[in-house]
Design a protein around this ligand. Structure first.
Ligand SMILES: [Mg+2]
Length: 229
């Protein structure tokens, strides 16, 4: 039997330069890559979401002046580069993805029970990742990375992911809050939303303001993934 030392290599993808800099300074072994913000115009964005009931719901809220139109970004696009990296390194590896503007092409999530609005969590997930085509590209990449001994994580400062309390929202249509989610915590909601990506619930890492990491992703990485830092 041949023993090989595990290099414990890892990558971290985020759109926010302050996170990249902090991870580079504090976790020198992690390859921190900035995905940048490259804006996508709204019409182009919607073409990938034709027939998606959650996109139609959001569009209605915008027409009614309840939601403003947000900036959409290309997010993570380094599919081939990441697979090539994993193919070249033996042993266990980790990849950490930010959520907002990295896997998601939008910023923030609308925490509603999609079933109350004729949608599913999968429709919502397609919406945030930019449609079925990008979803398939991401999940195919995740499958390939797992075959290459890569553990996948989402590391996010998204306040919904870090929320341990039942969500309370103002209702978009004037009721006390948006329908659904009466007992669901933010963390559970986020787990439901991201279930389709096949990343296990305990691989959704919350580092937001309401957690002990207080938006410091490097601090979480150093504490939980010491060998990779
Ligand atoms: Mg982000």
């Amino acid at each position: 039997m041949v023993l090989r030392s595990s290099p414990h290599e890892s990558c971290f993808f985020d759109d926010d330069w302050s996170n990249i800099q902090s991870v580079r300074e504090n976790c020198k072994k992690i390859n921190a890559v900035c995905v940048g913000i490259t804006e996508v115009d709204w019409a182009t964005w919607l073409t990938g979401l034709t027939g998606n009931p959650f996109a139609e719901f959001i569009t209605r809220l915008q027409k009614d002046g309840i939601l403003s139109r947000e900036v959409i970004s290309t997010g993570f696009t380094q599919y081939d580069r990441l697979i090539a990296w994993a193919e070249n390194i033996p042993g266990k590896k980790c990849v950490f993805f930010d959520w907002d503007y990295t896997l998601s092409m939008a910023s923030g999530v609308l925490s509603v029970n999609p079933q109350e609005y004729g949608c599913t969590f999968q429709d919502m997930l397609y919406y945030y990742v930019g449609g079925e085509e990008r979803f398939n590209r991401l999940t195919a990449m995740f499958t390939r990375l797992r075959q290459l001994d890569v553990d996948l994580y989402i590391l996010t400062n998204n306040p919904v992911c870090g929320c341990k309390y039942p969500l309370i929202n103002l209702d978009a249509y004037g009721e006390p809050r948006l329908r659904g989610l009466p007992k669901m915590t933010g963390a559970d909601f986020f787990g439901q939303l991201l279930q389709g990506l096949g990343i296990p619930a305990d691989h959704l890492l919350a580092s937001g303001r309401n957690t002990k990491y207080n938006q410091n992703k490097a601090r979480l990485l150093k504490e939980k993934f010491k060998l990779f830092c």
